[in-house]
Each structure stands twice: as structure tokens, then as C-alpha cells.
Design a protein around this ligand. Structure first.
Ligand code: ADP
Length: 350
């Protein structure tokens, strides 16, 4: 009841305001008329008759125009504003699929605002998909080694287990721990690189030496797998760049080359340079990849070759790409399925 009363009071006060407004406007216009008639010497009796009629007509006309303008505003302003408000409310509640459609006849005024909001919604829904995909991928990658640890940990508690089996299971748990640690390290590094929390700190160093040192870290692997190494590394290639970030890139590319190359294969590393750029090629004669796989390899958590999935987490090339982008360099891949792969990285020397 009190709400109805409130509403009636509001309507009444609005009407009073409008009526006062019309009375003032009508009075002013009537006075203006009368003044101009005074100038053309109209008899006073006529003016007395004319004044109330003019006032009355002007009042009616003003009210009529007010009604027409209110209807026009309702259609061309209030309606699209309501649509925009409703759309924004949906976005605020997390529904990024919401789109605003303003009526065609109001398109000039509000169309641009609606288009911008729709574009923002599209961006937000893309970010949301990335976020949920990322959480799903991380959870999946975390669950696998955790399940391994839980299972082998339970088996290890059996007292009748032979020493050999005990060692085997303990090794599986250590491997799972290592995978977990590597996953977390990679996520943290990628996160820092993407959020630009790591700033490249450039210093002069010999790229040829760095490549050789990185390669030598894989000596155990290539000896164990019987992989041949070929190098064509130009001497004295001094560059001014972030050595730590580049080392991360070389290690990931080399680790993939050794991982995807079977025994008796070859891994080649070459370095050439001109005045401005250094070009590094890391090739292998491994399993290669199809163009479909090649199109996704720089995406986070993408693993094309599932036979080696336990040895990685699909973050290596995403990290490499981010590093190369930060260095304003270029990375390209050429690969033939069953024949091998070549990654070419081009970076500025300064
Ligand atoms: P991971 O090696 O952990 O799977 P990466 O991001 O390093 O993740 O690589 C993504 C995918 O790219 C791999 O799963 C594989 O399919 C493909 N790939 C990368 N390097 C090579 C390579 N040298 N030879 C063949 N495939 C490769």
C-alpha cells in the first residue's frame, strides 16, 4: 500500500514540475507575442481577448510536443539503454556469451557502444576459455604423477615385497616427483614470462660457447641412445642478450631433439651469424610431425606425440616461443613425419 502511495506521490510531483514548466514557458511566449502586438499598435480590447487564447494554445501545443518527445525518447534512448544495461548485468554475472543487440533505428547512437561491449565480451569469453582450459590441463597433469605416487606408495607398505620390487617402485615414485617438480617449475616460468615479471637483462656473451655447453649437458643421453652429433657452429659469435633466457630455449629444443630421436639417429646443431642476426638450427632425424601437429606445438600443454607424453608436459615449446618473442626474434619449424625436424631460431645480436 505504502509503495502505491509512494508511486502516486512521485507521479504527482513529476506532473507538478511539468505543469509549472509549461505555465512558465507559455507565459513567457505569450508575453513575447503581446509585446510584438503592442509594437504594431493593436487595440487594447483585442489584446485582452487575444492574450488568454494565445496562452491556452501555447500551453496545449507545448504539452503535445512534450508527449511526442517522451514517446520518441522512450523508443530511441530508453530502450537501447535498457538493452545495454541488461547485457552489462549478464557480463557482470560472468555470462560472457551475452551479446547486446540494439534496435536498428537506434544504431547510430548506441550501436557503437553495443559493438564495443560485444567485442569486450568476446575477449573476456576467450580469456575465460583459456583460464578454464589451463586449470583443466594443470589438474590433469598434476593428477597423473600424484596417482602414481599414491599407488606405488601403497604397494611399498606391503611387508612381503622383494628388495628388487621395492627399489623399482621407489624409483617410479622418484620419477613422478621429478615430473611434478618440472611441471610446477615450467608453469611458474611461463607465468612469469607471460606476466612480464621477468625482464631480459642483456649482457655480452659468446653464443657459440653457450650452445656447446648446452649440448654437452645431454652427453649422457646421446651416449645412452647411441645418437650421432653433428655441429657446424661459427666461432666468436658475440651477442648482447639475456643468456639465461636463451639457455632455457636451447635446453628445451635440444631435449626435444634427443627425446624424439631413436637410437642411431642424428642431432645437428648449427650457428651462423651476420652483423645483425644470429641464426641457430637444431635438427634431428627423429619421428618428425605432421602439419596438423606442427600447427599446435607452441600451444601450452599441447603434446602431439603421446608415446613420449610421460617425458614432458607440453610446456617446453610454449616457453621457447615466449622467450623468442621477448627477444623479438623468430622461430620456425620444418618437419617431415618419420624423417625428422628442424627448428630455426633467429635472434638479434644486439
Ligand atoms: P613435450 O615435449 O613436453 O611434449 P613440447 O612443448 O616441448 O612438449 O612439445 C610439444 C609437442 O611438439 C610434442 O609433444 C611433440 O609432438 C612436438 N615436438 C616438439 N619437438 C619435436 C621434435 N624435435 N620432433 C618431433 N616432434 C616434436
Amino acid at each position: 500500500m505504502s509503495r502505491v502511495k509512494d508511486l502516486l506521490m512521485k507521479v504527482f510531483s513529476a506532473l507538478c514540475n511539468y505543469i509549472i514548466f509549461f505555465v512558465i514557458i507559455s507565459f513567457v511566449i505569450t508575453c513575447t507575442f503581446l509585446l510584438s502586438f503592442n509594437m504594431v499598435d493593436l487595440p487594447e480590447a483585442d489584446v485582452r481577448v487575444f492574450a488568454p487564447i494565445a496562452f491556452h494554445n501555447i500551453f496545449i501545443l507545448a504539452a503535445l510536443f512534450f508527449v511526442i518527445d517522451t514517446v520518441r525518447r522512450k523508443i530511441t534512448v530508453d530502450r537501447p539503454v535498457k538493452e545495454i544495461q541488461a547485457g552489462l548485468k549478464k557480463l557482470m554475472n560472468g555470462d560472457f556469451s551475452a551479446r547486446i543487440e540494439v534496435p536498428a533505428h537506434t544504431h547510430n547512437k548506441f550501436g557503437k557502444i553495443a559493438d564495443s561491449i560485444n567485442l569486450l565480451a568476446e575477449e573476456l569469453s576467450g580469456v575465460e576459455t583459456l583460464r578454464t582450459d589451463f586449470i583443466a590441463n594443470v589438474s590433469h597433469e598434476l593428477k597423473t604423477p600424484l596417482a602414481v605416487m599414491q599407488n606405488y606408495g601403497t604397494i611399498l607398505q606391503q611387508p612381503e615385497l622383494s628388495e628388487k620390487k621395492r627399489m623399482e617402485y621407489a624409483k617410479s615414485i622418484t620419477d613422478a616427483c621429478r615430473r611434478l617438480a618440472s611441471l610446477i617449475t615450467n608453469i611458474l616460468k611461463l607465468n612469469k614470462l607471460e606476466n612480464q615479471q621477468i625482464f631480459p637483462t642483456a649482457r655480452e656473451f659468446e653464443l657459440n660457447e653457450q650452445l656447446c655447453e648446452c649440448l654437452l649437458q645431454f652427453e649422457d643421453v646421446w651416449e645412452k641412445k647411441g645418437i650421432d652429433i653433428e655441429t657446424d657452429i661459427e666461432e666468436d659469435v658475440v651477442i648482447n642478450s639475456d643468456a639465461e633466457m636463451l639457455e632455457l630455449a636451447w635446453n628445451n629444443l635440444l631435449s626435444n631433439a634427443f627425446k624424439f630421436t631413436e637410437s642411431d639417429g642424428t642431432v645437428s646443431v648449427s650457428l651462423s651469424a651476420d652483423d645483425n642476426y644470429a641464426t641457430i638450427k637444431i635438427s634431428d632425424t627423429g619421428c618428425g610431425m605432421s602439419p596438423e601437429v606442427g600447427a599446435h606445438i607452441f600451444e601450452k600443454f599441447y603434446q602431439g606425440d603421446t608415446s613420449h607424453s610421460t617425458q614432458g608436459n607440453g610446456l617446453g615449446l610454449a616457453l621457447v616461443k615466449r622467450v623468442v618473442d621477448i627477444m623479438q626474434g623468430e622461430i620456425n619449424v620444418e618437419s617431415i613425419l618419420g624423417k625428422g625436424t628442424t627448428f630455426t631460431v633467429k635472434i638479434r645480436r644486439n
